[in-house]
Design a protein around this ligand. Sequence first.
Ligand SMILES: Cc1ncc(COP(=O)(O)O)c(C=O)c1O
Length: 375
Amino acid sequence: MLEKANKIRTINYINLKEQYLEEKIEIDECIHRVFSSGNFVAASGVLAFEDEIAAHCGVKYAIAVSSGTAALVLSLISLNIGPGDEVITPPNSHFASTGAIIHVGATPVFVDVTNDQNIDPSLIERAITQKTKAIMPVHLCGRVCDLDPILELAKKHNLHIIEDAAQAIGATYHGKMAGSFGLVNAFSAHPLKILNAGGDAGYITTNDESLAIRIKRLRNLGLASRNKISEWSDVSRMDAIQAEVLRVRLPKLAENINRRRAHAKIYEEILDRDHIWIAPERDYEFNAYHTFAIMIEKRDELQDYLTKQNITTYIHYPIPIHLQAPAATLGYKRGDFPKTEYQANTVLSLPIHQQLSPGDIAYVAEHINKWINRN
Ligand SMILES: Cc1ncc(COP(=O)(O)O)c(C=O)c1O
């Protein structure tokens, strides 16, 4: 294996072109089907995708929308969360989680994470106030948060749960799918997600019929019928083409996740665990490995070294949300969320996409070990 590590190859973090080439016939057929039907918006393919993804997640309803961010915003609006309300969420996430809360006029209240990068359930209760309306756990990297204690707290304090499952399609917790725990739950189908569209797209899952009806109206200007609106809203519909692309890819999701899980195993076996922290998969969870994150000291130096070896890595996320410039008005400061801040300095996302081979993964892992040995 070390011999292989001496040969320079290019390991991309993602390879969407190769994904397209593997599926070219089916994807080209989708585009042809939509254009030749002339139905670009409320097409039958969108309804079919909603049925298929709801069945996949084990919920009664799914609503196809224009992005994961729109899914979060509409989820919050559907629960009447707005000015004066607080929503508990972690500061270690994509900006969209907090951004959606701010967008509806509510206040995000941050709670630090554990070593697995997900919200720490033991810190949530002390963050609950009279104004708290909801908890929005984020299933980072494709790992479902430890939800049982969070669901218990929500019940005790009469709060809604909105799962930010943007990164977690196909992941399970005690055998149940991400997106089937909260009252409304948001997913992204952005091109970088495991179930990815050919552009922006997202979807919401719920078991509540009246919320599903309301969200369907909210995504479409508030229209209750062709010429009547029931409330003001804007446009957050999923394009027919994106629904068709997602329908091609959904049946392949399980296999893609299995490939990623096999890659994760190779990393875990080869990487020097004396110098690298990898959050273990617990027996009650099934990680979809949207991201394979390691934590390591001198992370930036390692990333530079890997870049020089033509291995692309990313940092999710180098600046925690509470330290972003627009978050200054929320009143947090450096030091408030030690785990999040530590992870921002040490976390590194390694390539794990399904187009990579086991040999590619071993090659990356061996380069990392080589760098550790030299430092
Ligand atoms: C955790 C999380 N929430 C929300 C979003 C927003 O999704 P989108 O980019 O589809 O708007 C993302 C997307 O990257 C995400 O990772």
